[in-house]
Ligand binder design. Structure first.
Ligand SMILES: *Cc1c(COP(=O)(O)O)cnc(C)c1O
Length: 456
């Protein structure tokens, strides 16, 4: 592919296109009505690359990328679906539809894992710093205002509330200045992770306005700049064609020349996303420009709940010089009932895939839950004196003293999230719970700065 050519025209489709997209007209009208009902509640946005190159339209509704991007009736509980469907069927006024959508959303746990309270950093005067989250000592998440959308939306997105106009929930920052000020004060931070949405929806010129100041400021502790993105899967032309793509590759070189790692935390859900020529070229160009590409995704029912998919994805990633990084567990928010996979099954899928790759792909860790205390990995299912239990490991933690600790929970074949697990072997609660309560009472999660929060 010649990079002198402009990328193809980017076109997006949403809920107003469900009745007009030709590919959907093979579905029966009732099914489309239910899709529209779901799309009133949860965000829906898909682009022409996904429609033309990633979905096998002969295999809908089962096609994994179709499940990944298009609203599915099963995403709402039956009663909510019927209520919303009936409103649309009788062409209820728009404000009735909007009110009902809002009521349903509030039942979907829009803010999992203490994102709104414990993760938002505060200034010395106690004022919240907008557009940032700082949960783990070494890494700050930064949400650039202009990067709070995506080339397509994933149906299972855990940040779904920010795309449906629940505006107060948008963690956006107005400028890089606040970020630099924060990092100057917080010398414990070694990594800045730009996230969203998808920061790669921004033109490179705009990205430079965020990343440039980090390079120019005197921030010797910052060792890596990361960008969380699904653009290599949803719009790989972002890296392969046109002047803006080339300019991004030069930005990678500039970060590398400052003596830092530039990492793309690439979200690949299914192997098909890595099978198109343009997606492979995108990863190759990123790697050649000096970026590290680390790959992660959640394990999702109907989308990627099979070991072969993960095995093949990890093999392809290694081939391209990318690094398998995390397999996540579907979070306890949004349409989780439709997408969740029990932990025991997740562990089984992970293990079967992991056992079929070389050590080069075993950089991947998981299945991992990003929950309130930290990232908790299901590291095994074991038998201790006749009792079956989960072996868990804290990969990341609000309190650095918790990191790398192994702990146990009673085995439960249906448990799909941390809050469904119970301690075992005579423990009354998990080791982190007292510490977490203190943080919640104090309204601060930064135990590394406030050791008084620590429980001995
Ligand atoms: C996963 C995550 C990070 C990054 O963790 P790494 O293990 O360093 O990749 C940072 N902040 C939050 C809130 C996270 O969930």
């Amino acid at each position: 592919m010649d990079v002198r050519y402009a990328p193809p025209q980017f076109r997006v489709f949403g809920k107003t296109h469900i009745e007009t997209l030709p590919q959907l007209q093979t579905l029966d009208p009732e099914h489309r009505l239910q899709m529209r009902a779901v799309a009133e509640v949860l965000p829906f946005r898909v682009n022409n690359y996904v429609i033309d190159h990633l979905i096998d339209w002969n295999d809908i509704p089962n096609d994994p990328v179709y499940q990944l991007t298009f609203p599915q009736p099963g995403m709402l509980d039956e009663r909510d679906l019927r209520t919303m469907r009936d409103l649309l069927a009788r062409s209820a006024p728009a404000d009735h539809v909007a009110d009902m959508a809002k009521r349903i959303r509030l039942k979907l746990n829009p803010h999992p894992a203490g994102q709104k309270d414990l993760n938002v950093p505060r200034t010395a005067e106690g004022k919240p710093v907008p557009g940032m989250q700082h949960k783990y000592r070494e890494t700050v998440l930064f949400f650039p205002l202009a990067g709070q959308t995506c080339h397509s939306y994933c149906t299972y997105c855990f940040r779904w509330p920010q795309f449906v106009g629940m505006d107060d929930m948008k963690f956006a920052s107005k400028e890089a200045g606040a970020l630099v000020d924060y990092l100057r004060e917080h010398t414990e931070v070694t990594s800045v992770l730009f996230t969203g949405g998808d920061p790669m929806v921004m033109r490179t010129e705009l990205l430079e306005q965020y990343i440039g100041p980090l390079l120019e400021a005197d921030l010797p502790n910052i060792a890596s700049i990361r960008i969380g993105t699904k653009a290599p899967a949803y719009w790989p032309y972002r890296f392969t064609q046109g002047e803006d793509a080339d300019r991004f590759l030069r930005l990678i070189e500039r970060v590398r020349q400052s003596g830092r790692d530039m990492a793309l935390m690439a979200h690949f859900s299914v192997k098909r996303e890595l099978e198109t020529d343009v997606a492979r070229l995108a990863v190759q160009r990123l790697v050649n420009a000096g970026a590290t590409v680390r790959c992660q995704a959640p394990l999702i029912r109907h989308v990627n709940d099979n070991a072969e998919n993960w095995r093949d994805m990890w093999r392809m990633q290694v081939r391209l010089g990318a690094i398998p990084y995390y397999m996540f567990v579907e979070r306890d928010t949004g349409a989780r009932g439709y997408f969740e996979v029990p932990l025991a099954e997740a562990y089984d899928i992970f293990t079967r895939a992991y056992s079929q790759v070389t050590g080069l792909a075993r950089t991947v860790r998981g299945p991992s839950m990003s929950c309130t205390p930290g990232k908790v990995m299901v590291d095994g299912i074991a038998d201790v004196n006749g009792e079956k239990l989960f072996v868990l490991k804290m990969l990341q933690a609000r309190d650095p003293a918790w990191v790398n600790r192994v702990f146990f929970a009673r085995f439960d074949p249906r448990a799909a999230w941390m809050d469904q697990l119970r301690p075992t072997l005579g423990e009354a609660e998990f080791f982190f719970e007292a510490g977490l309560r203190r943080m919640q009472e104090a309204g601060s999660g930064q135990v590394w700065r406030e050791p008084s929060l620590r429980v001995a």
